[in-house]
Design a protein around this ligand. Structure first.
Ligand SMILES: Nc1ncnc2c1ncn2[C@@H]1O[C@H](COP(=O)(O)OP(=O)(O)OP(=O)(O)O)[C@@H](O)[C@H]1O
Length: 319
């Protein structure tokens, strides 16, 4: 059995099943993202992993010890497993340093001081140590909340959409900093999100959850290059159906645009994006509309364009 072992967790609510025999093995110090759309069962799963909600069946083990659910334990939850969500509140009248120190009030004073010092350094919070939460950005506040959650050295950190209230720039900056801090501290982290981009930025290991079931698990590259279904392929980018095939698709970025040679198409729309123009083209023969990338920004609406692609870039996807 691995460090954190989740075995056949099932959970139903009166009108639906939120988790269908969910199993997962996590090694110590690993970072995993669980990506799923709204209602896929992410929050239910994390609450069960933290011992905060009762499952119908299945067992969670940490270090070989069974995690008891609220019906089996007087005080629900564990110090070893910390769950952080979007609305995690800091103490408004305590400084950053005091917020991080709070969970350590009953610990040996010298150990507590050292631990706070380590966390301030690991999370690059030294310069903000004397500020109050209201004097911090949303991203900085969330970083302090995560540092405080790690104060008593939990074995596992569970992050439930912790960046939802932050803007994209704040989120990307915070994720970059957290990724470094987690690796440095060797923290075991499970991050759940509906946003694949956030997941790719934080971890290399992904698990895709759909309607309470694992639909694919693997490295970011594996899932992008060998998705098991159209649903998973589309999480990474749109996919274009290749004419006269049943289940063959090509990604916009893998389509080559030329002025001659290949399938003839016409540009019907063009969007200026940061790294390329995103074109909509209509294939002449089949009438299919494709989305393709034009990194050189060569083509305009109305232009003729010929498309081709490498065979090995084709994705063969059942429904
Ligand atoms: N207490 C509850 N009672 C009844 N149904 C519930 C309850 N909690 C969750 N559900 C249902 O179970 C399913 C999974 O919910 P859950 O909150 O775990 O999904 P999620 O992936 O975290 O969604 P979101 O990203 O929107 O938070 C949903 O369809 C939800 O409506």
């Amino acid at each position: 059995m691995s460090f954190f072992s989740v075995q056949k967790i099932r959970k139903s609510y009166p009108d639906q099943t939120a988790l269908h025999d969910f199993s997962l093995e996590i090694q110590k110090g690993s970072l995993l993202s669980i990506v799923g759309e709204s209602g896929s069962g992410k929050s239910t799963l994390l609450r069960i992993l933290a011992g905060l909600e009762k499952q119908d069946s299945g067992t969670v083990y940490l270090n070989g010890e069974k995690i008891l659910n609220p019906s089996e334990k007087l005080v629900a939850g564990y110090d070893e497993i910390k769950l952080i969500h979007q609305d995690y509140h800091l103490y408004p009248n305590s400084t950053v340093e005091e917020n991080i120190a709070r969970p350590l009030l009953l610990y040996d004073k010298k150990y507590a001081q050292e631990r706070v010092k380590t966390l301030l350094k690991q999370f690059r919070l030294n310069k903000l140590a004397d500020r109050f939460p209201r004097q911090l950005s949303g991203g900085q506040q969330q970083k302090v909340a995560i540092a405080a959650a790690l104060a008593i050295e939990p074995e596992v950190l569970l992050l439930d959409e912790p960046f939802s209230s932050l803007d994209t720039i704040q989120t990307h900056q915070l994720i970059g900093e957290l990724a470094d801090s987690f690796k440095e501290a060797q923290t075991t982290v499970i991050f759940v999100t509906h946003d694949l981009d956030d997941a790719l930025r934080l971890t290399d290991d992904l698990l895709i959850l759909q309607k309470g079931k694992i639909v694919q698990q693997g490295s970011s590259q594996e899932l992008c290059e060998q998705p098991k279904s159209r649903y998973i392929a589309r999480l990474f980018s749109p996919i274009n159906a290749i004419p006269d095939t049943d289940n063959c698709f090509i990604r916009p970025t893998d389509v080559k645009l030329r002025t001659k040679g290949g399938l003839l198409a016409h540009v019907v729309d063009s969007r200026y994006l940061i790294h390329f123009n995103s074109l909509q083209i209509r294939l002449k023969e089949s009438g299919l509309i494709w989305e393709v990338d034009d990194p050189q920004r060569r083509f305009q609406i109305g232009d003729r364009v010929y498309v081709s692609w490498d065979k090995e870039k084709e994705l063969h996807l059942a429904r």
